[in-house]
Design a protein around this ligand. Structure first.
Ligand SMILES: Nc1ncnc2c1ncn2[C@@H]1O[C@H](COP(=O)(O)OP(=O)(O)OP(=O)(O)O)[C@@H](O)[C@H]1O
Length: 347
Protein backbone atom coordinates (compact mmCIF):
# COMPACT_ATOMS: atom_id res chain seq x y z
CA UNK A 1 0.00 0.00 0.00
CA UNK A 2 1.14 3.53 -0.72
CA UNK A 3 0.10 6.23 1.75
CA UNK A 4 0.30 9.86 0.64
CA UNK A 5 -0.20 12.42 3.36
CA UNK A 6 -0.61 16.13 2.66
CA UNK A 7 1.99 15.91 -0.11
CA UNK A 8 3.06 19.23 -1.64
CA UNK A 9 5.66 20.25 -4.19
CA UNK A 10 6.43 23.85 -5.00
CA UNK A 11 9.02 24.89 -7.58
CA UNK A 12 10.52 28.30 -6.80
CA UNK A 13 7.88 30.94 -6.23
CA UNK A 14 5.26 29.40 -8.55
CA UNK A 15 1.96 27.90 -7.44
CA UNK A 16 2.21 24.40 -5.95
CA UNK A 17 2.65 21.78 -8.70
CA UNK A 18 1.23 19.23 -6.24
CA UNK A 19 -0.95 20.84 -3.62
CA UNK A 20 -1.53 19.06 -0.30
CA UNK A 21 -2.66 15.66 -1.61
CA UNK A 22 -3.78 12.92 0.78
CA UNK A 23 -4.81 9.47 -0.44
CA UNK A 24 -4.01 5.76 -0.13
CA UNK A 25 -3.28 3.33 -2.93
CA UNK A 26 -4.31 -0.16 -1.73
CA UNK A 27 -1.84 -3.04 -2.08
CA UNK A 28 -2.03 -4.52 -5.59
CA UNK A 29 -4.12 -1.63 -6.97
CA UNK A 30 -3.49 -0.01 -10.35
CA UNK A 31 -3.82 3.72 -9.84
CA UNK A 32 -3.95 5.98 -12.90
CA UNK A 33 -3.18 9.67 -12.47
CA UNK A 34 -5.25 11.33 -15.17
CA UNK A 35 -5.44 15.01 -15.98
CA UNK A 36 -4.62 17.80 -18.42
CA UNK A 37 -1.09 18.93 -19.19
CA UNK A 38 0.63 20.64 -16.26
CA UNK A 39 -1.76 19.39 -13.56
CA UNK A 40 1.08 17.79 -11.57
CA UNK A 41 0.91 14.11 -12.61
CA UNK A 42 4.61 13.70 -13.41
CA UNK A 43 5.66 15.66 -10.34
CA UNK A 44 3.57 13.32 -8.21
CA UNK A 45 5.14 10.26 -9.84
CA UNK A 46 8.67 11.65 -9.57
CA UNK A 47 8.18 12.16 -5.83
CA UNK A 48 7.03 8.53 -5.52
CA UNK A 49 10.09 7.40 -7.48
CA UNK A 50 12.47 9.46 -5.34
CA UNK A 51 13.56 11.72 -8.20
CA UNK A 52 11.99 14.78 -6.62
CA UNK A 53 11.95 15.90 -3.00
CA UNK A 54 8.55 16.93 -1.54
CA UNK A 55 8.28 20.49 -0.18
CA UNK A 56 5.89 19.22 2.52
CA UNK A 57 4.00 16.08 3.46
CA UNK A 58 4.93 12.43 3.60
CA UNK A 59 5.02 9.30 1.44
CA UNK A 60 4.94 5.80 2.93
CA UNK A 61 5.39 2.49 1.12
CA UNK A 62 3.69 0.06 3.49
CA UNK A 63 5.04 0.99 6.94
CA UNK A 64 8.23 2.53 5.54
CA UNK A 65 8.51 6.30 5.43
CA UNK A 66 10.20 7.04 2.08
CA UNK A 67 9.88 10.84 2.00
CA UNK A 68 9.13 13.55 4.53
CA UNK A 69 9.04 17.12 3.23
CA UNK A 70 9.15 18.82 6.63
CA UNK A 71 12.37 17.01 7.62
CA UNK A 72 13.89 17.27 4.14
CA UNK A 73 14.11 13.48 4.06
CA UNK A 74 13.94 11.50 0.84
CA UNK A 75 15.02 7.85 0.62
CA UNK A 76 17.31 7.23 -2.39
CA UNK A 77 15.41 6.09 -5.49
CA UNK A 78 17.23 2.74 -5.71
CA UNK A 79 16.45 1.88 -2.08
CA UNK A 80 12.66 2.23 -2.43
CA UNK A 81 11.86 -1.09 -4.09
CA UNK A 82 10.05 0.78 -6.85
CA UNK A 83 10.58 0.28 -10.59
CA UNK A 84 10.09 3.12 -13.07
CA UNK A 85 9.31 3.14 -16.81
CA UNK A 86 9.29 6.40 -18.73
CA UNK A 87 7.93 7.46 -22.07
CA UNK A 88 11.47 7.24 -23.51
CA UNK A 89 12.86 3.73 -23.08
CA UNK A 90 16.31 4.95 -21.99
CA UNK A 91 18.03 1.69 -22.85
CA UNK A 92 21.82 1.55 -22.86
CA UNK A 93 22.74 1.30 -26.55
CA UNK A 94 26.06 -0.48 -25.95
CA UNK A 95 24.43 -3.29 -23.94
CA UNK A 96 22.43 -6.21 -25.33
CA UNK A 97 18.79 -6.67 -24.40
CA UNK A 98 19.83 -9.18 -21.72
CA UNK A 99 22.57 -6.82 -20.53
CA UNK A 100 20.08 -4.00 -20.11
CA UNK A 101 17.73 -6.17 -18.04
CA UNK A 102 20.65 -7.54 -16.02
CA UNK A 103 22.09 -4.13 -15.14
CA UNK A 104 19.84 -3.23 -12.16
CA UNK A 105 20.33 -6.76 -10.76
CA UNK A 106 24.09 -6.32 -10.98
CA UNK A 107 23.86 -2.96 -9.24
CA UNK A 108 21.74 -4.60 -6.52
CA UNK A 109 24.59 -7.09 -6.01
CA UNK A 110 22.68 -10.29 -6.85
CA UNK A 111 24.80 -13.39 -7.63
CA UNK A 112 25.28 -14.47 -11.25
CA UNK A 113 23.03 -17.59 -11.29
CA UNK A 114 20.11 -15.65 -9.71
CA UNK A 115 20.62 -12.83 -12.18
CA UNK A 116 20.58 -15.23 -15.15
CA UNK A 117 17.31 -16.79 -13.96
CA UNK A 118 15.72 -13.41 -13.32
CA UNK A 119 16.76 -12.01 -16.73
CA UNK A 120 15.39 -15.06 -18.57
CA UNK A 121 12.14 -14.98 -16.60
CA UNK A 122 11.65 -11.22 -17.15
CA UNK A 123 12.30 -11.51 -20.90
CA UNK A 124 9.86 -14.43 -21.11
CA UNK A 125 7.23 -12.50 -19.17
CA UNK A 126 7.25 -9.68 -21.72
CA UNK A 127 7.58 -12.09 -24.64
CA UNK A 128 11.01 -11.15 -26.01
CA UNK A 129 13.27 -14.02 -24.86
CA UNK A 130 14.51 -14.68 -28.44
CA UNK A 131 15.86 -11.11 -28.63
CA UNK A 132 18.18 -11.44 -25.61
CA UNK A 133 21.42 -11.12 -27.58
CA UNK A 134 20.34 -8.18 -29.77
CA UNK A 135 21.27 -4.54 -29.22
CA UNK A 136 18.59 -1.84 -28.77
CA UNK A 137 19.29 -0.45 -32.26
CA UNK A 138 18.44 -3.88 -33.72
CA UNK A 139 14.88 -4.11 -32.35
CA UNK A 140 11.64 -2.17 -32.92
CA UNK A 141 10.22 0.60 -30.72
CA UNK A 142 7.61 -1.74 -29.24
CA UNK A 143 10.28 -4.32 -28.48
CA UNK A 144 12.45 -1.64 -26.87
CA UNK A 145 9.57 -0.70 -24.61
CA UNK A 146 9.23 -4.37 -23.66
CA UNK A 147 12.92 -4.40 -22.74
CA UNK A 148 12.29 -1.36 -20.52
CA UNK A 149 9.41 -3.27 -18.88
CA UNK A 150 11.55 -6.39 -18.41
CA UNK A 151 14.29 -4.25 -16.86
CA UNK A 152 11.75 -2.81 -14.46
CA UNK A 153 10.22 -6.14 -13.34
CA UNK A 154 13.49 -8.14 -13.09
CA UNK A 155 14.33 -6.80 -9.60
CA UNK A 156 10.73 -7.68 -8.55
CA UNK A 157 9.66 -4.25 -7.34
CA UNK A 158 6.76 -3.97 -4.87
CA UNK A 159 5.73 -0.80 -6.65
CA UNK A 160 5.70 -0.14 -10.39
CA UNK A 161 5.68 3.46 -11.60
CA UNK A 162 4.87 4.41 -15.19
CA UNK A 163 5.08 7.84 -16.83
CA UNK A 164 3.18 7.69 -20.13
CA UNK A 165 5.02 4.51 -21.13
CA UNK A 166 2.99 3.96 -24.31
CA UNK A 167 2.81 7.45 -25.76
CA UNK A 168 5.68 6.88 -28.23
CA UNK A 169 4.10 3.76 -29.70
CA UNK A 170 1.73 3.56 -32.67
CA UNK A 171 -1.96 2.86 -32.08
CA UNK A 172 -1.84 -0.91 -32.72
CA UNK A 173 1.17 -1.47 -30.52
CA UNK A 174 -0.38 0.64 -27.82
CA UNK A 175 -3.39 -1.67 -27.63
CA UNK A 176 -1.11 -4.70 -27.48
CA UNK A 177 1.11 -3.17 -24.78
CA UNK A 178 -1.94 -2.13 -22.77
CA UNK A 179 -2.91 -5.81 -22.50
CA UNK A 180 0.70 -6.65 -21.71
CA UNK A 181 0.79 -4.14 -18.86
CA UNK A 182 -2.51 -5.38 -17.42
CA UNK A 183 -1.20 -8.95 -17.54
CA UNK A 184 2.12 -7.93 -16.00
CA UNK A 185 0.35 -6.18 -13.19
CA UNK A 186 -1.80 -9.22 -12.46
CA UNK A 187 1.18 -11.57 -12.68
CA UNK A 188 3.39 -9.57 -10.31
CA UNK A 189 0.75 -8.44 -7.80
CA UNK A 190 2.71 -5.18 -7.43
CA UNK A 191 1.02 -1.86 -6.74
CA UNK A 192 1.10 0.31 -9.88
CA UNK A 193 0.90 4.07 -10.34
CA UNK A 194 0.51 5.14 -13.96
CA UNK A 195 0.53 8.64 -15.43
CA UNK A 196 -1.35 9.33 -18.64
CA UNK A 197 -3.69 11.72 -20.35
CA UNK A 198 -5.07 8.91 -22.47
CA UNK A 199 -8.61 8.19 -21.34
CA UNK A 200 -8.73 4.71 -22.83
CA UNK A 201 -5.57 3.66 -21.02
CA UNK A 202 -6.95 5.04 -17.80
CA UNK A 203 -10.32 3.34 -18.13
CA UNK A 204 -8.97 -0.05 -19.21
CA UNK A 205 -5.98 -0.41 -16.89
CA UNK A 206 -7.06 1.28 -13.69
CA UNK A 207 -8.59 -0.17 -10.57
CA UNK A 208 -8.54 3.42 -9.26
CA UNK A 209 -8.27 6.75 -11.07
CA UNK A 210 -7.23 10.08 -9.57
CA UNK A 211 -8.38 12.93 -11.81
CA UNK A 212 -5.98 15.82 -11.18
CA UNK A 213 -6.40 19.50 -11.85
CA UNK A 214 -3.94 22.25 -10.91
CA UNK A 215 -2.07 20.13 -8.37
CA UNK A 216 -5.18 18.83 -6.65
CA UNK A 217 -7.33 15.73 -6.93
CA UNK A 218 -10.80 16.44 -8.28
CA UNK A 219 -12.01 12.87 -7.80
CA UNK A 220 -10.51 9.57 -6.70
CA UNK A 221 -12.28 6.28 -7.33
CA UNK A 222 -12.93 3.31 -9.60
CA UNK A 223 -13.07 4.29 -13.31
CA UNK A 224 -16.78 3.48 -13.60
CA UNK A 225 -17.59 5.96 -10.80
CA UNK A 226 -15.98 8.82 -12.70
CA UNK A 227 -18.26 8.20 -15.66
CA UNK A 228 -21.37 7.31 -13.68
CA UNK A 229 -21.12 9.78 -10.84
CA UNK A 230 -18.73 12.68 -11.48
CA UNK A 231 -18.43 14.84 -8.39
CA UNK A 232 -17.41 18.03 -10.19
CA UNK A 233 -18.17 19.71 -13.49
CA UNK A 234 -14.47 19.42 -14.37
CA UNK A 235 -14.56 15.61 -14.08
CA UNK A 236 -17.85 15.43 -16.01
CA UNK A 237 -16.37 17.51 -18.83
CA UNK A 238 -13.01 15.73 -18.86
CA UNK A 239 -13.70 12.00 -18.49
CA UNK A 240 -15.35 9.92 -21.21
CA UNK A 241 -15.01 9.54 -24.97
CA UNK A 242 -16.57 11.92 -25.81
CA UNK A 243 -16.83 13.60 -22.40
CA UNK A 244 -20.28 14.69 -21.19
CA UNK A 245 -21.72 18.07 -22.22
CA UNK A 246 -22.04 20.80 -19.63
CA UNK A 247 -25.00 22.92 -20.63
CA UNK A 248 -25.29 26.39 -19.09
CA UNK A 249 -28.42 26.74 -16.95
CA UNK A 250 -29.82 29.76 -15.10
CA UNK A 251 -32.59 29.86 -12.50
CA UNK A 252 -33.81 26.42 -13.54
CA UNK A 253 -33.86 27.16 -17.28
CA UNK A 254 -31.80 25.47 -20.04
CA UNK A 255 -29.55 28.12 -21.64
CA UNK A 256 -31.27 30.55 -19.25
CA UNK A 257 -34.43 30.60 -21.37
CA UNK A 258 -36.14 27.19 -21.39
CA UNK A 259 -37.54 26.56 -17.88
CA UNK A 260 -37.62 22.93 -16.74
CA UNK A 261 -38.62 21.63 -13.26
CA UNK A 262 -35.97 18.89 -13.67
CA UNK A 263 -33.32 21.61 -13.26
CA UNK A 264 -34.64 22.33 -9.74
CA UNK A 265 -34.16 26.10 -10.01
CA UNK A 266 -30.40 25.67 -10.28
CA UNK A 267 -27.84 27.98 -11.84
CA UNK A 268 -24.57 26.55 -13.15
CA UNK A 269 -24.33 23.58 -15.48
CA UNK A 270 -26.44 20.57 -16.35
CA UNK A 271 -24.59 17.42 -17.39
CA UNK A 272 -25.95 15.77 -20.53
CA UNK A 273 -24.16 12.80 -22.08
CA UNK A 274 -23.77 12.91 -25.86
CA UNK A 275 -26.13 9.93 -26.26
CA UNK A 276 -28.83 11.67 -24.20
CA UNK A 277 -29.34 14.52 -26.70
CA UNK A 278 -31.34 14.05 -29.88
CA UNK A 279 -31.31 15.90 -33.20
CA UNK A 280 -34.56 16.50 -35.05
CA UNK A 281 -35.82 18.43 -38.06
CA UNK A 282 -38.98 19.42 -36.19
CA UNK A 283 -38.88 22.22 -33.60
CA UNK A 284 -40.80 21.59 -30.36
CA UNK A 285 -41.16 22.93 -26.81
CA UNK A 286 -37.95 21.15 -25.71
CA UNK A 287 -35.71 21.91 -28.69
CA UNK A 288 -33.22 24.64 -29.56
CA UNK A 289 -31.90 25.46 -33.02
CA UNK A 290 -28.50 23.86 -33.67
CA UNK A 291 -25.95 24.34 -36.40
CA UNK A 292 -23.83 21.37 -37.50
CA UNK A 293 -20.10 21.97 -36.97
CA UNK A 294 -18.50 18.56 -37.45
CA UNK A 295 -19.47 14.91 -37.92
CA UNK A 296 -17.05 12.12 -36.97
CA UNK A 297 -17.98 8.48 -37.65
CA UNK A 298 -16.93 6.23 -34.77
CA UNK A 299 -17.68 2.58 -34.05
CA UNK A 300 -20.87 2.51 -36.14
CA UNK A 301 -22.20 5.79 -34.70
CA UNK A 302 -21.79 9.45 -35.59
CA UNK A 303 -20.30 11.88 -33.12
CA UNK A 304 -21.82 15.21 -34.13
CA UNK A 305 -20.61 18.55 -32.83
CA UNK A 306 -23.25 21.27 -33.01
CA UNK A 307 -23.45 24.87 -31.97
CA UNK A 308 -26.60 25.71 -30.01
CA UNK A 309 -27.14 28.95 -28.08
CA UNK A 310 -23.44 29.83 -28.53
CA UNK A 311 -22.40 26.51 -26.93
CA UNK A 312 -20.48 23.71 -28.66
CA UNK A 313 -22.21 20.42 -27.79
CA UNK A 314 -21.69 16.80 -28.74
CA UNK A 315 -24.48 14.51 -29.85
CA UNK A 316 -24.28 10.83 -30.81
CA UNK A 317 -26.59 9.86 -33.66
CA UNK A 318 -27.43 6.92 -35.84
CA UNK A 319 -25.42 6.85 -39.11
CA UNK A 320 -28.61 5.93 -40.99
CA UNK A 321 -30.02 9.41 -40.35
CA UNK A 322 -28.26 12.19 -42.26
CA UNK A 323 -27.27 15.23 -40.20
CA UNK A 324 -28.53 18.42 -41.86
CA UNK A 325 -26.53 21.66 -41.66
CA UNK A 326 -29.17 23.11 -39.36
CA UNK A 327 -31.38 21.07 -37.03
CA UNK A 328 -33.01 21.20 -33.62
CA UNK A 329 -31.35 19.85 -30.52
CA UNK A 330 -33.72 17.82 -28.32
CA UNK A 331 -33.16 18.24 -24.61
CA UNK A 332 -33.32 15.14 -22.39
CA UNK A 333 -36.19 14.64 -19.92
CA UNK A 334 -33.71 15.29 -17.10
CA UNK A 335 -30.00 16.08 -16.84
CA UNK A 336 -27.62 13.33 -15.65
CA UNK A 337 -26.35 15.72 -12.93
CA UNK A 338 -26.40 19.39 -11.89
CA UNK A 339 -23.36 21.48 -10.92
CA UNK A 340 -23.32 24.85 -9.17
CA UNK A 341 -21.40 27.86 -10.60
CA UNK A 342 -18.27 26.69 -8.67
CA UNK A 343 -18.51 23.32 -10.44
CA UNK A 344 -19.59 21.32 -7.38
CA UNK A 345 -22.24 18.63 -7.68
CA UNK A 346 -25.70 19.71 -6.51
CA UNK A 347 -26.90 16.64 -4.57
N1 LIG B 1 11.57 21.36 -12.66
C1 LIG B 1 10.54 22.23 -12.64
N2 LIG B 1 10.75 23.53 -12.35
C2 LIG B 1 9.73 24.41 -12.31
N3 LIG B 1 8.44 24.09 -12.55
C3 LIG B 1 8.16 22.81 -12.86
C4 LIG B 1 9.20 21.82 -12.92
N4 LIG B 1 8.60 20.63 -13.23
C5 LIG B 1 7.28 20.88 -13.36
N5 LIG B 1 7.01 22.18 -13.14
C6 LIG B 1 5.68 22.82 -13.16
O1 LIG B 1 4.84 22.10 -12.30
C7 LIG B 1 3.53 21.94 -12.86
C8 LIG B 1 3.18 20.46 -12.95
O2 LIG B 1 4.03 19.83 -13.91
P1 LIG B 1 3.98 18.30 -14.23
O3 LIG B 1 5.08 17.96 -15.16
O4 LIG B 1 3.92 17.54 -12.96
O5 LIG B 1 2.57 18.18 -14.96
P2 LIG B 1 1.93 16.99 -15.79
O6 LIG B 1 0.54 16.88 -15.32
O7 LIG B 1 2.78 15.78 -15.68
O8 LIG B 1 1.96 17.56 -17.26
P3 LIG B 1 2.16 16.83 -18.69
O9 LIG B 1 0.94 15.98 -18.89
O10 LIG B 1 2.24 17.97 -19.64
O11 LIG B 1 3.43 16.03 -18.60
C9 LIG B 1 3.57 22.65 -14.19
O12 LIG B 1 3.04 23.94 -14.02
C10 LIG B 1 5.04 22.71 -14.54
O13 LIG B 1 5.33 23.83 -15.33
Amino acid sequence: MIRIDNLTKTYGTGPAAVDGLTFDVPQGAFLVLLGPSGCGKSTMLRMLAGLEQPSAGQIRFGDTLVADGARGYSMAADKRGAGLVFQSYALWPHMTVAGNVDWPLKVAGLDAPTRRTRVTKALETVGIAPLAARYPAEISGGQQQRVALARMIAPRPRIMLFDEPLSNLDATLRVEMRHELARLHRATGATAVYVTHDQVEAMTLATHVAVMRAGRIEQFGPPADLLEAPQTAFVAGFVGTPPANLVAIRDGAWFGRLPDPALRGATGHAMVRAQEFGLTQTPGPRTVPAERIEVVPMAGRLIVTVQAEAQRLTVITDPETPVPATAHLELPAAPAALFDPQGNLIP
